[in-house]
Design a protein around this ligand. Sequence first.
Ligand code: ADP
Length: 442
Amino acid sequence: MTTPISKNDVIALIEEHDIRTVQIGYADIQGVMRGKYIPARFFVESIDKGVAFCVVALGWDIQCMIVNGLDFSSWANGFPDMLAKPDLSTFHILPWREKTAFVICNLVTEHGDPFVYSPRYILEQVVEQAKASGFTPFMASELEFYLLREDARTPLYGGVQCYNVYKGGEAEFFLGELRESMAKMGIYIEASNTEYGPAQFEVNIRYSDAVDCADKAMVFKNGTKELARNHGLYATFMSKPWYVESGNGYHCHQSLWDLEGKKNLFEGSGHEMNDVMKNYLGGLLKYARDLQALAAWSINAYKRVAEYSYAPTRINWGEDNRTTGARAIMGGTASRLEYRVGAAEANPYLYLAANLAAGLEGINSKLSPPEKIVGDGYAEGTGELLCTSLDQAVSFFEKSKLPKNYFGEKFVDAYVTICKHELDEARKFVSEWERERYLEFT
Ligand code: ADP
């Protein structure tokens, strides 16, 4: 997606494709694409000056309920504006909507300073640190989602048919269009397949530099939902929609390359990890719990952390091992680490920023990973347990120095406040499960 283009190029594209509307978007803190639909002529005017948004767009939860206790967005500060400035390198014609284009925006304050709560800005800052140390991070998103019928509750088909080609064929009317549409936007899906839940699918998006990778994941998630609606369906990246079925994960493949992006610096000899990869893995695992709140922000996501579910439960790693928190793939230029802790709901910018910050810290402090796990990574004694609740994860996040050092105190305070709001909302709610369990017998 990131081919630098000028304002004149964008105007030419708008004319050539008879674009009437430009969707502008950015990720809020919980990873929802927020934005506006703008008539093309007004979009052109806004390229330099930006589009005003009330700061509350980053100061509410997924249901647009205002989060109290945020400095930047409150009744006390009167909810001022922030500006969304289009990053023209992300401008694309939208394949699934007529005469419509799409662009990702950077958020700045009314005075033009970076908006330090913007997830894209947070990732950009960590990438800057990587570059200053001589690294170009390459990352890839592996995402799972369910397709639901018009009722937004029932999977498109029943039964688990993982990798079943016939069942995949039944969903090709959607997946085929999804892969094609994404490719037109430069988002290359290397493969899609039916997954381990009813009408659950997985896609592997081709790796690219970190910010581009997060942009692509954002556009992919939002686009999958839009395209599903065009077919009368719903797509959900909810982390654990059903107790008995597989959760939706977000695995992040990652490697560090030289500044020119020509040489994979994780490339060791044979099955030996080199020091860069080893130290990066050491950081990734050491800070797994400290940063888990960025890999999973809802109370629901922690229900995905279940033994023998392919979602990891322990802080461990193995070579090509899908039972561990991290999977190391040692193989020439394809050498990489697959971090498996993330939930599909995760904000791609913040999840990638967390992975990268932990890895860089590992390199800076020359951290060694624990012993490699051969075989069952769920077994007793194979590593400390990951957090199993948002409550626990937030408390690790709040106490850790690493998030403050890499993401800034203001962002960390805001993120903690938003997570605590999420916990509070969940705590107050009385569920059907509670009524089933207690109403008659107490
Ligand atoms: P799965 O876990 O589904 O079996 P794979 O192990 O085949 O997936 O990994 C494929 C993913 O790894 C793709 O998204 C691909 O683009 C990505 N990938 C390949 N090489 C690298 C690399 N050097 N750095 C980061 N990601 C990479």
